[in-house]
Design a protein. Structure first.
Length: 342
């Protein structure tokens, strides 16, 4: 979920933005994320979620971020509605929340309330869930690959530029803080991949796959917070989620469980795409996946998002070591061997 700002939304604001959902009776600020302000709202049809995007990262105001990210999320959610191109992907195994409304004037999004409860960090030992998630991600990437209409509507270059400027461009500095003698060289590796991620994309990526966006429901997940969705590079989805599962494995002393969850996720993804699918699962994507993995680990241990990551501002040696190893030798990296081993 995202961070809330008490008092920045009123019942009158909500009624005006979404007259078909009105009247709104109660707004309760929610906490737990970083990008937007969010409330649980009681409206005529029941409980729902309202999100507002400021022109920056809500928890780090010095990082500018276009409000257009909520328009991207609205468009992404609509793709899974009945009769829409990706409706067949919305199953009990994995699906996003239902889209309820979007008000561009106020930069407000209304969506299904999926309730409170555990996220993926609480079920690291349930490998079958992550296998089903790997199938969902693989299908998402495969069926949207090369789709020009989705590419136009879901292009999110502002977010990619922000990610480049706040993460990839500073990996050398993060690596130096981690004690790497070759920090400058590692920074150049990450910067090159970040620049490649600014190029025209290959498929639709969710963009923010980490445990907080994966709510445990039934035997699967509900996938929230699609504002970083982008017609981009599959390496970002894969590297991002594996980095966060790795960190949670360290924090919870469940490294073995996390490793099995990662292996199941990646095997299921590979099975959907085949051993190698040009443009989606090739040597460049494998390399870029490992580089993003390393960059994300460093950003969450030594960078601007350290406090909001699972490590809580701590930087365990094991996590830093994994990050640096991935940046130094990303090609067919051992963490991602399930992607390329038969």
């Amino acid at each position: 979920m995202s961070i809330a700002s008490p008092g920045s939304l009123t019942l009158v604001d909500a009624d005006r933005a979404f007259p078909r959902l009105a009247p709104f009776r109660r707004l309760t600020p929610l906490h737990g994320g970083s990008l937007n302000y969010v409330w649980r709202a009681e409206a005529a049809q029941g409980s729902l979620i309202l999100k507002r995007a400021p022109p920056h990262v809500a928890s780090v105001p010095e990082i500018a971020l276009s409000e257009r990210r909520l328009l991207i999320e609205a468009r992404a959610l609509k793709l899974f509605a009945p009769g829409a191109p990706l409706d067949f992907l919305a199953t009990d195994a994995a699906r996003p929340p239902h889209f309820l409304g979007f008000c561009r004037r106020a930069w407000l999004l209304a969506e299904e309330d999926l309730g409170d409860g555990p996220d993926a960090s609480e079920v690291l030992a349930e490998g079958s869930r992550f296998s089903r998630l790997g199938t969902f991600i693989g299908l998402l990437h495969r069926v949207t690959a090369g789709d020009r209409r989705i590419a136009r509507r879901l292009a999110n270059p502002e977010v990619q530029r922000t990610r480049f400027e706040s993460q990839y461009a500073h990996v050398g500095k993060f690596a130096e803080r981690a004690g790497a003698p070759d920090a400058s060289a590692l920074g150049r590796v990450a910067r090159a991949v970040g620049q490649r991620f600014l190029e025209p994309g290959r498929c639709l990526v969710m963009g923010d796959l980490w445990p907080a966006s994966l709510l445990v429901r039934g035997g699967g997940f509900r996938i929230i917070d699609w504002e970083l969705a982008h017609f981009g590079n599959p390496a970002q989805d894969l590297g991002h989620l594996v980095a966060h599962l790795t960190m949670w494995g360290v924090v919870k002393h469940q490294e073995e469980d996390a490793g099995e969850a990662i292996a199941g996720l990646l095997r299921a993804y590979r099975d959907v795409l085949g051993s190698f699918t040009p443009g989606l699962l090739d040597d460049e994507v494998l390399t870029d996946t490992a580089v993003h993995f390393g960059a994300e680990l460093l950003a969450r241990t030594w960078g601007p998002f350290a406090a909001s990551g699972p490590l809580g501002g701590r930087a365990p040696h094991a996590t830093s070591r994994l990050a640096l190893e991935a940046l130094r030798a990303p090609s067919r990296h051992v963490v991602f061997r399930a992607l390329w081993q038969p």
